[in-house]
Design a protein around this ligand. Structure first.
Ligand code: T5A
Length: 208
């Protein structure tokens, strides 16, 4: 059995990750590729409970270290019970956010040392890394406008603009350092243009 491929979708708030990951799912299905769509934090019952705690802004303040460990606790469940078994069965996994989000939000946004995140990444994931990551990039004001149109803001979406600027910078720096894996998609364009970029980026990867 050939292992499935692991594709992740990343970017700041409201840039269109959820909308476009569904589009990718349909592209893969057209090619008769078996695909599993999932998200982080979340993807299992326990990890979804952790997600609720992380996004809830009405509860006690979450310490940065707690936030980081909760992300990786949810991720450990997700990998063991969902991602790894699917890949082993040859199913492609499409994940709405993964560890790049931790580098961007907890590393860039919260200033946690990258070496700490790296240690947890190695501990929780062993050698599991995405094969391809699409980074939807747009100025933070645009993403926030789109997120606001959708409804009430969660705990992360309620952060200040300076936080999101650091998140975006961290994402772009990952893309610069790992251009083979991370492909930047200009998310300021119309949905049709964004999806066209995604289709072109995925094409060589799908037929490899
Ligand atoms: N987090 C996560 C961490 O801090 N560390 C981690 O390790 C991980 C994994 C939850 C939060 O967790 C944090 C980051 C997050 O703050 P989330 O819910 O996945 O993660 O993240 P959000 O960014 O909040 O997800 P959203 O659903 O808000 O944004 P999306 O998915 O990027 O945007 P989407 O697709 O819902 O689109 C937003 C709106 O814009 C429209 C859509 O129709 C929708 O209404 N839209 C467009 N409109 C015009 N033109 C386009 N091109 C458009 N694309 C989308």
């Amino acid at each position: 059995m050939i292992a499935g491929r692991f594709i992740t979708m990343e970017g700041g708030e409201g840039v269109g990750k959820t909308t476009n990951i569904t589009y990718i799912q349909s592209l893969l299905k057209e090619q008769n590729i078996q695909v599993l769509l999932t998200r982080e934090p979340g993807g299992t019952a326990l990890a979804e409970s952790i997600r609720q705690l992380l996004l809830d802004k009405e509860q006690e303040a979450i310490a940065e270290q707690t936030e980081l460990l909760m992300m990786f606790a949810a991720r450990a469940q997700h990998i063991k019970h969902v991602i790894q078994p699917a890949l082993e069965q040859g199913i492609w996994v499409l994940c709405d956010r993964f560890t790049d989000a931790t580098y961007a939000y907890q590393g860039g946004g919260r200033n946690i040392a990258l070496s700490t995140i790296q240690w947890l990444e190695n501990f929780v994931q062993a050698d599991l890394r995405p094969d391809l990551t699409l980074l939807l990039d747009a100025p933070i004001q645009l993403g926030m406008q789109r997120a606001q149109q959708r409804g009430k803001l969660d705990r992360f979406e309620s952060e200040k603009m300076a936080f999101f600027a650091k998140v975006r910078e961290a994402y772009l720096s990952i893309a610069e350092q790992q251009p083979q894996r991370v492909k930047i998609i200009d998310a300021t364009q119309s949905l049709a243009c964004v999806q066209n970029q995604i289709k072109q980026t995925l094409a060589p990867f799908m037929y490899e």
